[in-house]
Design a protein around this ligand. Structure first.
Ligand SMILES: Cc1cc2nc3c(=O)[nH]c(=O)nc-3n(C[C@H](O)[C@H](O)[C@H](O)COP(=O)(O)O)c2cc1C
Length: 445
């Protein structure tokens, strides 16, 4: 598998070595001296921010008293609740749909390891219409969707994790959510509150468009009429399959969420937003209507197929989305080029409850289908513990905007317009942050 826009070599190294890859190679110890790499330019705004541990650490004093000894990074509590689930880490696996690269065994291997790790996993859209069936009756024709649910369940032994399934307009015509809600395989998820449905409003790699994939002639003939099929290729073998983007206003979004709540009362409701200029209003509408989680997928996020014009020029970077949202009114999830601990902790500081692994999860499993993702995550876990403890904190919700320094002049202000530190938001987060009403979170502010 080839990857664009991610540090492929470093991710593969983590998938092979696990926590060892959080440090320089051990053979360099004693013969090399280390410092910030010279000339390594940050790739985006999140990379260019820095985590800034304070000198005075009152939370460490409280932890010291609680433990009766000096606290260490191992004392950072990472288990969290996100989107209605318990998760062993502030992490979930992002949606992979019908795209070829995540199909077949790679998607199933991701599911197995996500289950073992106890982190939620999203399953993407258009799988059932593309394959033509869900495959409940005949195990020989199980769809990838069902295989992934089964694989996840086989490995998820504790009370952590959950499976969230998307449904595009075309999936809806085949009643994908209804099918899963009544499927005996998914009953184990449903009965333990570990099934969710995600309303995909958009994604970062192609904001404002629906899913786009390539299909062969045979699939194109079968899907013609369900999707828009166009032939732009010169090889006559690959045709483009366009899914519709869906049509939303604030009222339609609220109505859809209420419908999901009403029709599937035992499932968690997630909403995935593309990095649109009205991201703050959209996220607020989703939480207000009762969404258990709102995912913001930044413009740097990955995809199985998208036009260059979209990848290079469209959508707000993740940092700007988080800045515009400010103090979240509910559970906020963030995705876009996640693969190591510092990006994760910066996103927590900017209001996210957890981050999603997209391409990094696929690369890790491509490197080692048996344990690549688990090793990558173990490495990231150690980094998160080290970073959060360096901030003098031992609970994730204590990490806040005061813990990051933005080199750009448009960063959030640590105090609201009255000059007082902001109080916790509706999701119980402590720390300070920009208020939704403050100028600093307004577009162009
Ligand atoms: C192969 C592949 C397939 C994807 N399929 C979907 C999908 O069906 N639905 C969706 O909302 N996002 C899809 N995405 C986007 C991911 O869910 C996620 O938002 C993105 O990969 C996060 O960025 P990252 O790759 O930088 O981690 C896909 C991404 C990839 C790489």
């Amino acid at each position: 598998m080839k990857v664009v826009g991610m540090p492929d070599v470093a991710i593969r190294e983590r998938a092979r070595l696990g926590v060892e890859a959080a440090f320089p190679p051990t053979e360099e110890y004693g013969g090399t001296v280390f410092g910030q790499r010279y000339g390594a330019a940050p790739v985006d705004q999140i990379d260019s921010m820095r985590l800034v541990p304070p000198v005075f650490v009152p939370d460490r004093v409280s932890k010291l008293v609680e433990l009766g000894r000096e606290p260490l990074h191992a004392d950072v509590a990472l288990r969290t609740s996100l989107g209605g689930f318990q998760s062993s880490l502030p992490l979930y696996v992002s949606a992979f749909g019908s795209t070829q690269v995540s199909g077949g065994d790679i998607g199933v291997a991701v599911a197995r390891q996500a289950g073992r790790l106890g982190v939620p996993m999203v399953i993407g859209e258009n799988i059932v219409p593309t394959y033509g069936h869900y495959g409940r009756v005949d195990p020989g024709t199980e769809s990838l969707l069902l295989r992934r649910i089964r694989a996840y369940l086989e490995e998820a032994t504790g009370d952590c994790g959950g499976v969230v399934v998307q449904q595009s307009t075309e999936d809806a015509d085949m009643e994908v959510w209804n099918t899963i809600y009544s499927d005996p395989t998914a009953a184990a998820l449903l009965s333990t509150g570990r099934l969710g449905f995600e309303l995909k409003v958009g994604q970062g790699a192609k904001p404002g468009l629906g899913g786009i994939t390539l299909v062969d002639q045979e699939a194109a003939a079968r899907l013609d009429g369900v999707y828009r099929i166009e032939d732009h290729s010169n090889d006559m073998r690959h045709l483009l399959r366009y899914s519709s983007p869906g049509t939303f206003t604030s009222e339609i979004l609220r109505m859809q969420i209420r419908l999901m709540r009403n029709n599937f009362p035992r499932a968690q409701v997630w909403v995935k937003l593309h990095p649109g200029r009205d991201i703050r209003e959209a996220a607020a509408a989703a939480w207000d209507a009762g969404a258990d989680a709102v995912t913001v997928d930044g413009a740097e996020a990955g995809s199985g197929w998208a036009p260059y014009a979209m990848l290079e020029h469209v959508g707000l970077p993740l940092a700007e989305c988080l800045r515009r949202i400010g103090q979240p009114e509910g559970c906020l999830l963030a995705s876009g080029r996640m693969w190591e601990g510092s990006r994760l902790v910066k996103c927590l500081a900017l209001g996210a409850r957890a981050v999603g692994l997209g391409r990094a999860a696929l690369i890790a499993v491509d490197e080692d289908p048996h344990a690549g993702l688990e090793r990558l995550v173990k490495c990231l876990e150690l980094e998160v513990r080290l970073l959060v403890s360096a901030l003098g904190k031992y609970e994730l919700h204590r990490v806040g905007p005061e813990d990051v320094w933005w080199p750009a002049e448009r960063g959030p202000r640590p105090h609201d317009s009255t000059g007082k530190t902001c109080v916790s938001g509706g999701d119980g987060r402590a720390g300070s942050g920009p208020t939704a009403a403050s100028d600093s979170v307004r577009p162009g502010g």
